[in-house]
Design a protein around this ligand. Structure first.
Ligand SMILES: *Cc1c(COP(=O)(O)O)cnc(C)c1O
Length: 369
C-alpha cells in the first residue's frame, strides 16, 4: 500500500507475486500457493463474463443527468433517442429497449410465432440442407407443428464466440423467405461479430426480420438489451414487453448508459479480441493445457485440460481465485475466459502468469513433489 498525500492508494492489482511470465515455460514454481499473499488480494481480474463490467464515469454521468418520463404512459425521451439511434445503426425501422437478452429473444419469438405450437429450428451454422429438411408444413402432415421461425446466434457463445458470416446469414435468410418463415438473430454479441468480420452491423443483419442485442455484454452498459425490426414488429413487441412485466417507467436512466455504451465501446471491441488472441496464444504454450487459438475470433476463449494432466478445472479455477483471477469452469476439463474493456494488457499478462504457475503447482501436487 502506498500513501500519497493524505489518501491511501491500494495496489491496483494483486500484490506483486515473485514470478514473472516468461511467455513460454516457467522456470519453477515459486511460492505460488502462499496463502498469505492470497489474503492480500484486493482487486480481481474478472474474466468470468463480459457482463461483469461496471458502468464507466461517462455512463454514470449520463444516467445522473438523463431527461426522463414515463415510458408506458407516454414515452421516455432518452429511451426514444436511444431506440431511434439503435434502429438506424442496425438498419431496421424501429427498436425497443428491454430488460434482458432473454426477454428480447422471448418477445421476438412470441411476435413471430403467433400460432400456438409453432417451432423454431437451428442455431449456429447448421447445414442449410438440414434447416430446409427440418421445416414442417401443415400441408404435408398436420400432426406436426408448423415452422414459423429460424433463429441464428451471432456470435455463437457456446462455440467460443465464433462469428457467423454475412454470406451464411444471407443464405439462411433466403431459405426463410422461400418458405415464408421469419429469421431472428440472437445478436447478444452482434457488434463483436461485426467488428471481427469487418462487416457493418446493418449489413450483417440485413436478412433478419428481428435482432436482439445485449447492451450489457461487451458494450458494458449496466442493464438491458434492445430488439430491432419492422415498425409493426416493434409495436407488437412493445405490447408483449408490458404483458411480460418488462415495461419500465423512467427507463431513460438505463438507456442513457446504453447510449454511452453504444457511442464509446463499439470501437473498443477490437481491443478485447486482440487480448483474447494473446491469451489464447499464451495458453497454447502452457504444457498441460489445450486451446485452439485459431478458433478464437472474438472475446471468448475456451481452453481445456490436456488428457493425462490430472487437473480438474474447478480446482484450477479455485487456485486462480486465490490470486484474484476469476474465470468459469465449463466442465471438469474445460474453462471459459471472456474479455471486456475493463481488462488491461497487464491483466492479461498477469492472468497468463497465474495460470501457468497454477498448472505447475497442481501438477507438482499430483506428482507428490
Ligand atoms: C447473454 C445472452 C443472452 C441472454 O441475455 P441476458 O441479458 O443475460 O438475459 C441470450 N443470448 C446470448 C447469445 C447471450 O450471450
Amino acid at each position: 500500500m502506498e500513501i500519497s498525500g493524505n489518501t491511501f492508494k491500494f495496489p491496483l492489482r494483486v500484490p506483486r507475486l515473485n514470478f514473472s511470465y516468461s511467455g513460454i515455460v516457467p522456470l519453477q514454481v515459486q511460492k505460488f500457493s502462499s496463502r498469505i499473499s492470497a489474503k492480500m488480494v484486493t482487486t480481481v481480474v474478472d474474466l468470468r463474463s463480459d457482463t461483469v463490467t461496471k458502468p464507466t464515469e461517462a455512463m454514470r454521468a449520463a444516467m445522473a443527468s438523463a431527461e426522463v418520463d414515463d415510458d408506458i404512459l407516454g414515452f421516455d425521451p432518452t429511451a426514444f433517442r436511444f431506440e431511434t439511434e439503435m434502429a438506424k445503426i442496425m438498419g431496421k425501422e424501429a427498436a425497443l429497449f428491454v430488460p434482458s437478452g432473454t426477454m428480447g429473444n422471448l418477445i421476438s419469438v412470441l411476435v413471430h410465432c403467433e400460432v400456438r405450437g409453432s417451432e423454431n429450428n437451428a442455431d449456429g451454422t447448421m447445414d442449410v440442407a438440414m434447416i430446409e429438411a427440418a421445416i414442417r408444413s401443415p400441408a404435408n402432415d398436420f400432426h406436426y407443428p408448423t415452422t414459423r421461425l429460424i433463429c441464428l446466434e451471432n456470435t455463437h457463445a457456446n462455440c467460443g464466440g465464433r462469428c457467423i458470416s454475412v454470406e451464411y446469414t444471407d443464405t439462411v435468410g433466403e431459405i426463410a423467405k422461400k418458405h415464408g418463415l421469419k429469421l431472428h438473430i440472437d445478436g447478444a454479441r452482434i457488434f463483436n461479430a461485426s467488428v471481427a468480420l469487418g462487416v457493418p452491423v446493418h449489413r450483417l443483419v440485413q436478412a433478419a426480420d428481428s435482432v436482439s442485442v445485449c447492451m450489457s455484454k461487451g458494450l458494458g452498459a449496466p442493464v438491458g438489451s434492445v430488439i430491432v425490426g419492422s415498425k409493426s414488429f416493434i409495436a407488437k413487441a412493445r405490447r408483449l414487453r408490458k404483458t411480460l412485466g418488462g415495461g419500465m417507467r423512467q427507463v431513460g436512466i438505463l438507456c442513457a448508459a446504453a447510449f454511452i455504451a453504444l457511442k464509446d465501446n463499439v470501437g473498443r471491441l477490437e481491443d478485447d479480441h486482440r487480448k483474447a488472441k494473446i491469451l489464447a496464444d499464451g495458453l497454447s504454450q502452457i504444457e498441460g493445457l489445450k486451446v485452439d487459438a485459431t478458433s478464437v475470433e472474438t472475446n471468448i476463449v475456451f481452453f481445456y485440460i490436456a488428457e493425462g494432466s490430472n487437473i480438474i478445472a474447478e480446482t484450477l479455477s479455485n487456485v486462480l481465485k486465490e490470486h484474484g483471477v476469476l474465470l468459469l469452469p465449463e466442465s471438469s476439463a474445460s474453462l471459459r475466459i471472456v474479455l471486456h474493456h475493463q481488462i488491461s494488457d497487464g491483466d492479461v499478462e498477469y492472468t497468463l502468469s497465474c495460470i501457468q504457475q497454477a498448472v505447475l503447482q497442481l501438477q507438482a501436487e499430483k506428482n507428490g513433489t
